[in-house]
Design a protein around this ligand. Structure first.
Ligand SMILES: Nc1ncnc2c1ncn2[C@@H]1O[C@H](COP(=O)(O)OP(=O)(O)O)[C@@H](O)[C@H]1O
Ligand SMILES: O=P(O)(O)OC[C@H](O)CO
Length: 498
């Protein structure tokens, strides 16, 4: 089985590894959940050793389960939860604090202070991001300020920073390589996406010594070798990308205007804008989609914090369903004359509102409203939020006329949701046959760099459609629904931003 690639997908709640064969088909997998830590309200941490040991275990499992015991694996690709921040000792490899997870809001006040001092525009122009606790920069500052001795050690050059890709590369190469790829760097708030390098002014504003920073490499690049004591032989690490960027690659969205949207716990939509970093007027993010042969391709990104999580809430919070797929029948049977809206701002609202203080609300309830109408409102909320993102992208970038949306993630199993999505967007929605697009993207980057997998064009031609959802809704009905949604969102807003 020559020409295989091992893809590591290190996610927020679990680590996964998949071996893909030379036809891009998954042949074996390993998956392990690991503990989440919530030391205070709004704080989310991972134990760095859990990230690494779960990753190593699933890699070994996937290799062992492959038909040839993993002998045909020629390269490793890594994709990871983004923005999550680690700081460790350069000599011992010992972390000085837990990993602060992307969802963690502890630096909200620091962000507000920087905004009040008038710095947001500087950060946004250079990084394409917003001054929000979501990104790594203020998390690094927090560690340096709050872990005893950390600032002095960092200034003496003893500490290093990394996102999760850097942490895994460090572990796999046993401390030889300290590097990130450009997509992960572009989520840190200290990376200048126009110059493609760390930004001294931004590091200064956040008090981050530049000696801590990893080398920034292409997404398809030489990241060193996984040492032989880990898998019985050395295996080169040749591809790295943040998980949403890897999904963009795995969906073969290589042409400007192509969009992918991933529906898991949250939802992340990325539109390829080619070699232009389009800066948004609508509080969308500008990010590096991938960097190959030293050339960055950019994307506009919209991040929604609650998508499938609202379905989990129906099941675990309200007890209205036993399994996520029960929502299909309920939504089909809901009363068409009731307009019930759910704004699932359970942890605030993400793009394009960025309202951290907003909380969820339901509107339009009557005495006749029941589980069916509530389930439909949950599924519809995913379509409405995506529509907000796509409309914002269209207004930011005139080339983004009526894109076809390529979807992936657990929630795309819901035909009802995908049909509503197509209806409310007024555009087709394409679901591919391969569900593991994130891991596939990382595998392609590594396989391409290794010279064993084909270039973007041939890879794109192998992308296979499972089902296309065509829009059927009348324009008038769409306009009415969207105006009801906008009204519901406005009534949910806190008046605060960021
Ligand atoms: N048939 C379905 N209908 C609606 N939602 C679903 C369905 N199947 C899965 N989901 C939702 O999709 C999410 C899981 O998707 P997944 O891609 O595994 O997420 P993550 O990687 O964020 O954990 C869950 O939140 C679940 O509620
Ligand atoms: O691990 P996931 O799939 O929840 O993705 C997390 C994102 O990368 C956060 O930006």
């Amino acid at each position: 089985m020559a020409g295989c690639v091992l893809a590591i997908d290190q996610g927020t709640t679990s680590s996964r590894a998949i071996v893909f064969d030379a036809d891009f088909k998954p042949v074996s997998t390993g998956q392990q959940e690991f503990p989440q830590h919530f030391p205070k309200s709004g704080w989310v941490e991972h134990v760095p050793a859990d990230i690494w040991t779960s990753t190593l275990r699933v890699c070994r499992e996937a290799m062992e389960k492959a038909p040839d015991g993993g002998a045909g694996v020629a390269a490793i690709g890594i994709t990871n939860q983004r923005e999550t921040t680690l700081v460790w000792d350069r000599s011992t490899g010992e972390p000085v604090y837990n990993a602060i997870v992307w969802q963690d809001r502890r630096t909200a006040e620091f962000c507000a202070k920087l905004r009040a001092q008038g710095h947001e525009e500087t950060f946004t122009k250079k990084t394409g991001l917003l001054l929000d606790p979501y990104f790594s920069g203020t998390k690094i500052s927090w560690i340096l300020e709050n872990v005893p001795g950390a600032r002095d050690r960092a200034e003496r050059g003893e500490l290093v920073f990394g996102t999760v890709d850097a942490w895994l590369i460090w572990q796999l190469t046993e401390g030889e390589v300290h590097a990130v790829d450009a997509t992960n760097a572009s989520r840190t708030l200290i990376f200048n996406i126009h110059h493609n390098d760390w930004d001294e002014e931004l590091c200064g504003l956040l008090g981050i010594p530049m000696s801590m920073l990893p080398e920034v490499k292409d997404s398809a690049d030489d990241f060193g070798v996984a040492k032989s004591d880990l898998f019985g032989r050395e295996i080169p690490i040749l591809g790295v990308a943040g998980d949403q960027q890897a999904a963009t690659v795995g969906q073969a969205c290589f042409k400007p205007g192509m969009v992918k949207s991933t529906y898991g716990t949250g939802c992340f939509a990325l539109m390829n804008t080619g070699d232009t970093p389009v800066l948004s007027k609508n509080r969308m993010l500008t990010t590096v989609a991938y960097r190959i042969n030293g050339k960055s391709t950019y994307a506009l990104e919209g991040s929604i914090f609650v998508a499938g999580a609202a379905v989990q809430w129906l099941r675990d919070g309200l007890g209205l369903i036993e399994s996520a797929s029960d929502t299909q029948d309920l939504a089909e049977e809901a009363d068409p004359h009731q307009d019930v809206y759910l704004v699932p701002a359970f942890v605030g609202l993400g793009a394009p509102y960025w309202d951290a203080e907003a909380r969820g609300a339901m509107f339009g309830l009557t005495r006749n409203t029941g589980p069916k109408e509530i389930a439909r409102a949950v599924l519809q909320s995913v379509g409405f939020q995506t529509s907000d993102l796509i409309r914002a992208m269209q207004s930011d970038w005139s080339d983004a006329e009526k894109p076809v949306l390529r979807v992936d993630g657990g929630m795309t199993a819901s035909d009802w949701t995908m049909q509503f999505l197509a209806d409310i967007l007024g555009a087709p929605v394409d679901r591919p046959t391969v569900a593991e697009t994130t891991a596939l993207g990382a595998a392609w980057l590594a396989g391409f760099k290794a010279g064993i997998w084909p270039g973007p064009e041939e890879f794109s031609s192998k992308w296979q459609l499972d089902k296309r959802f065509e829009p059927h809704m009348e324009d008038g009905a769409r306009t009415d629904l969207l105006s009801g949604w906008q009204d519901a969102v406005q009534r949910t807003r806190s008046g605060e931003q960021g």
